[in-house]
Ligand binder design. Structure first.
Ligand code: DAT
Ligand code: MG
Length: 149
């Protein structure tokens, strides 16, 4: 089963959307296996966004992700990485389709509400930045047989 890291970013928490965004992913059928609230420090932000270091938006991106509390979650599904990415919509909310989180609720690339890992390899690395193995729960969910056939 695939796992992916989801971050509910500071703008979503400040706008009172955190619960609703988690709920959208739950309603899709994704299984939540870890969840915590924290405030990212700059060292963690640099590791999360290492691939963007040196780009013109990097410092602003680090300031933004560290600017307030976030939720970090791990969701599980057969194609969790792709399903979460498609549910979030394009990186730039102006390009995101209506019906997606960013397409419904955001306008600006610098305030795009959510993070989702972009590959299985990055998901493993990113989950390790936020969670220890014993914080990720393995539990049966009775609804699974009604979600996957
Ligand atoms: P995503 O968050 O969809 O995975 P990404 O990994 O390419 O997108 O970039 C990480 C974040 O950096 C993204 O959520 C918003 C910000 N960002 C990306 N490209 C940007 C740009 N051209 N200008 C400003 N911010 C940008
Ligand atoms: Mg990314």
């Amino acid at each position: 089963m695939q796992r992916t890291l989801v971050l509910i970013k500071p703008d979503a928490v400040q706008r009172g959307l955190a619960g609703r965004l988690i709920s959208r992913l739950e309603r899709r059928g994704l299984k939540m296996v870890a969840l915590k609230m924290l405030q990212t420090d700059r060292a963690l932000a640099h590791r999360l966004y290492a691939i963007h270091e040196g780009k013109p938006f990097f410092e602003g991106l680090v300031d933004y992700i560290c600017s307030g509390p976030i939720l970090a979650a791990v969701f599980e599904a057969r194609s969790a990485v792709e399903v979460v990415r498609r549910t979030m919509g394009e990186t730039d909310p102006a390009q995101a389709s209506p019906g997606t989180i960013r397409g419904d609720l955001a306008l600006d690339i610098g305030r795009n509400l959510v993070h989702g890992s972009d590959s299985v390899e990055n998901a493993q690395m990113e989950i390790g930045l936020f969670f220890t193995e014993d914080e990720i729960l393995d539990y049966p969910r009775e609804s699974d047989r009604w979600i996957s056939g």
